[in-house]
Design a protein around this ligand. Structure first.
Ligand SMILES: NC(=O)c1ccc[n+]([C@@H]2O[C@H](COP(=O)([O-])OP(=O)(O)OC[C@H]3O[C@@H](n4cnc5c(N)ncnc54)[C@H](O)[C@@H]3O)[C@@H](O)[C@H]2O)c1
Length: 302
């Protein structure tokens, strides 16, 4: 069985590719390397350097698509909403059209907690109202709706996964990385990280290996929308302390003004994923240890 992974050279995508290959799938990766890194890519995967928006994609011999290729930066989406929509929504639509042309019947789509917007209640389940606060969240939500429509119209089978905040090995601390990598890099270099706001804001941090396993399982779920998270709420201050304790870093955080439009609390309900036999297995402490090990090698800091 051959699976096409878009964005397979990226942070999450490269872990998904590793998991697929470990499970004896044949893998083709489509990635334009805009933020991905070829060094991340498993040597057993076939690699096509290309764009998800290319109208002449060839899906011959592809049995299913895992679609992670995207513009992933919320700030970029606010500065360049047309670009964000072009890559994320029209890119997804182009993948669906190509699937239709080649009779590919299964898509697993990497959606995001960003589709929910400001929580009306916690934990946020899949039925929670969708009111994205950024073009990025909206382009993900539009993509979801196109996927559902294509399922109705053309019997394409889907799994939509709404990831919370993913962290782990290969998340590049440069650029627009997650807070976990940014804190680790900063502390490894002996600098106290900055916390925006009072640090009591919360997120649901999920380890990339668990996300990759859930994404693989998604190949066998039918027409489901599923939160992939831990169901645990962690404050940014707790995250800081966990990383600092692991590194024996004594510096105190620098606090500065809260970021405009930032959501204060977020944690996802993972009941549906649990019913489907997926559960997170790596807790924050262990995930942070693994990320630190990787980051030391990546930054060549002993
Ligand atoms: N990291 C998170 O916390 C998180 C949370 C929710 C959802 N997601 C989603 O998961 C997916 C993977 O994100 P990531 O964190 O690994 O980011 P990433 O930037 O590492 O991965 C995205 C990949 O897509 C590729 N890409 C971008 N535009 C492309 C295009 N036009 N054509 C082909 N390839 C293209 C990039 O080169 C990169 O390899 C994305 O769809 C993202 O929206 C991530």
């Amino acid at each position: 069985m051959r699976i096409l992974v878009t964005g397979g050279a990226g942070f999450i995508g490269s872990h998904v590719v590793d998991a697929l290959i470990e499970n004896n799938y044949n893998v083709t990766v489509l990635d334009n390397l805009s933020t991905g890194n070829i060094e991340n890519l498993n040597k057993k995967a076939e690699f096509i350097r290309g764009d998800i928006r290319d109208k002449n994609l060839d899906f011959r011999d592809i049995d299913g698509v895992i679609h992670l290729g995207a513009q992933v930066n919320v700030r970029t989406s606010l500065e360049k909403p047309l670009y964000d929509c072009d890559v994320n929504t029209l890119g997804t639509l182009n993948i669906l059209e190509t699937m239709r042309r080649y009779d590919v019947e299964k898509i697993v789509f990497a959606s995001s907690v960003a589709v929910y917007g400001d929580p009306k209640y916690l934990p946020v389940d899949e039925e929670h109202p969708k009111k994205p606060l950024s073009p990025y969240g909206l382009s993900k939500y539009c993509s979801e709706r196109y996927i559902e429509l294509y399922s109705e119209l053309y019997s394409i089978d889907y799994t939509i996964l709404r990831y919370s905040n993913v962290y782990g090995e290969r998340q590049d601390p440069r650029g627009e990385a997650g807070v976990v990598s940014i804190f680790i890099e900063s502390m490894l270099k002996g600098k106290a990280p900055t916390i925006y706001g009072d640090g009591h804001q919360t997120r649901d941090f999920v380890y990339v290996g668990d996300v990759a396993r859930g994404t693989l399982m998604g190949l066998n779920w039918r027409n489901k929308i599923v939160n992939i998270a831990t169901g645990r709420e962690t404050t940014i201050n707790q995250l800081y302390t966990t990383i600092a304790d692991t590194l024996n870093f004594k510096g105190k955080p620098r606090y500065t003004g809260a970021q405009e439009g930032e959501i204060y609390r977020m944690v996802l309900d993972i009941g549906r994923a649990l019913d489907l036999q997926w559960r997170p297995t790596v807790d924050l402490g262990e995930g942070i240890r693994r990320t630190i090990e990787w980051m030391r090698r990546y930054l060549k800091i002993s």
